[in-house]
Design a protein around this ligand. Structure first.
Ligand code: B4P
Length: 185
């Protein structure tokens, strides 16, 4: 059973590595980015609220994202474990997650922090070219990450849950580092 958070800046490889972890450990990937993009594509009320923040490279409101995660973690396939990809991204989200996992009696095994330098991020995301991957938006997303999300590394370090992994190199090399980190817990 794997119960982890993947923490990392935009473009750090969270989505890429989650797909490999799903294959290896057979637990679902829960990506708030993917859930939000589906809501935007479906033009649901939630999607309409999220779109402006996403297009500007900002964060979607905590209560929207936390509500989505609560629903998703209550689905049967998440009972055996989960990979949280891109959640939590703020201190408030991290605290809500702690409460939720205590309620569900499914405590986190560890938090993997994928570290990649800013210039590599800009390069990767410009190459990907998703609708929110313009240079200005990428730089804003990175600034938001440094301000709101990176401090979560210290939050999890204090609880002895943090595993820091270098996020550069080939996809398989990075996957090997992540696997060694989670298998050591
Ligand atoms: P996300 O979908 O999480 O987008 P992201 O941060 O860019 O990460 P992603 O998973 O796509 O990138 P990856 O590292 O896999 O979020 C999108 C938006 O949704 C946010 O900006 C925000 O507005 C909103 N949102 C999401 N979660 C939220 C939350 N909790 N609270 C509030 N708002 C939230 O990969 C990027 C690229 O790098 C890929 O093209 C890949 O091919 C490439 N790559 C991967 N590994 C590589 C390697 N080793 N070498 C070279 N390239 C590599």
């Amino acid at each position: 059973m794997l119960k982890i958070v993947l923490l990392g800046s935009p473009g750090s490889g969270k989505g890429t590595q989650s797909a490999k972890l799903v294959e290896e450990y057979g637990v679902p990937q829960i990506s708030t980015g993917d859930l939000l993009r589906s809501a935007v594509a479906a033009q649901s009320e939630l999607g309409l609220k999220a779109k402006a923040a996403m297009d500007a490279g900002g964060l979607v409101a905590d209560e929207i994202v936390v509500g989505m995660i609560r629903e998703r973690l209550n689905e049967p396939d998440a009972e055996e474990g989960f990979i949280l990809d891109g959640f939590p991204r703020t201190r408030a989200q991290a605290e809500e997650l702690d409460e939720l996992l205590t309620e569900l009696d499914r405590p986190l095994q560890c938090v993997v922090h994928l570290q990649v330098e800013k210039e590599e991020i800009v390069h990767r995301l410009l190459a990907r070219g998703r609708s929110d991957d313009s240079e200005e938006t990428i730089r804003n997303r990175f600034a938001v990450f440094q301000e709101q999300t990176e401090p979560l590394a210290a939050y999890y370090e204090k609880r002895g849950l943090l595993k820091t992994v270098k996020g550069t190199g080939t996809v398989d090399e990075i996957f090997g580092r992540i696997k060694a980190a989670v298998d050591s817990v």
